[in-house]
Design a protein around this ligand. Sequence first.
Ligand SMILES: Nc1nc2c(ncn2[C@@H]2O[C@H](COP(=O)(O)OP(=O)(O)OP(=O)(O)O)[C@@H](O)[C@H]2O)c(=O)[nH]1
Ligand SMILES: [Mg+2]
Length: 385
Amino acid sequence: MEKGNVLVIGNSGVGKSTLINGVLGNDYAKTGFGSTGVTDRLEIYESHSIPFRIIDTIGFEPSVFKEWKAINAVKSWSKQSIKEGRGDTKINVIWFCVEGTSRKFFPKAIKDVLKATKMWSSVPVIVVITKSYSVLEREENIQMVYDAIAAYKQYPINLKRVIPVVAQTYFINESTFVLPEGISELIAVTNELLPEGIQASEGDISTFQLKRKRTLSHGIVGVATTSAVVIGAVPIPFSDAAILGPIEVAEINAIVRIYGIPQDENAKQFISSIIEVGTVGVVAKTAISALKAIPGVNVGASVLNAMIAGSLVAAIGEGAIYAVEQVYTGKKDTNDLDWVKKVIESKLTSQFVEKFNDILRTSSEEGDLKSVAKNIIDLFLSEDK
Ligand SMILES: Nc1nc2c(ncn2[C@@H]2O[C@H](COP(=O)(O)OP(=O)(O)OP(=O)(O)O)[C@@H](O)[C@H]2O)c(=O)[nH]1
Ligand SMILES: [Mg+2]
């Protein structure tokens, strides 16, 4: 069975390392004595008796910089291990530590951690209230944690449990002390959550990767649109759509590469179907004639041509991203040529003319080409999908 990974985070000095010692039984983790024992990078602990690794992070200082240092350390750990051929370094459960003795700082501490861990939004989280020495305050502290988390809806987390813990005997005086508590509950709940956590991290990673690919593709379409605007502004005696062929070829090829679609014969056909619709296809030609015939246009002929060229390349790029994403996620296949043609054609029909009208309306008379390109990109690529 796959060994899970538990990420332990929380402000500096809340007791993360002490907690880990409490869980692992032996003195695996370094704990802080004064300023020298502060963990200054990731420490990863394993024990034969427990089916998960525990990752101790550096404390979250109030400075933004430190916050990112801890999270970046975790990210590069994951990346590095995947490169080395080990795929078992995703975060499966988070122990999010807040200090029971300073509960008035719960909201601030919780906000910082929520922000930093937003890339793991579906990973199960256990909030550990460390140093829960006061038995009387425990219930109230649990409620305060729930309230603080509920106040930050913009950073959703998969909160599963709040557990007050004393990791090490706490001496009030020679004869009065608080015994360790909550550790075995923490281990049991973590165990229970591991299967779900292993699935969740798969999901988070693929959503994250999909978003990255989409952002990169938007960048490609932006560049292609800008080139099309520049080319379109120069009067040329050829058919407008065909002149954009090379730009579209580069655009679609780049998108296909970003999504890692295998470059086989099917993919080549798939790409040429898209280009065909955008260059010599009837729908593209009809769209262009429609745009040229819009009455009462207050921009010059060359700016109008620039807008048409840019819009065409942006619309095709947007359609291509959608189509390629369907292939990437396994919903469609590159040999489904009729389908992909329809997708691209649909991007060039009524919606297209509508968007173009918006661009016309928002562009000023003198309309420099840069702002024309920017308007087009914003309009075609801004919708949330
Ligand atoms: N007695 C007792 N002391 C604790 C407990 N938890 C934390 N402490 C003390 O609190 C101090 C800080 O604990 P650490 O575990 O080093 O805190 P940390 O979160 O790892 O701190 P950084 O590594 O700086 O981020 C140490 O002096 C611990 O001994 C506990 O449950 N019982
Ligand atoms: Mg520590």
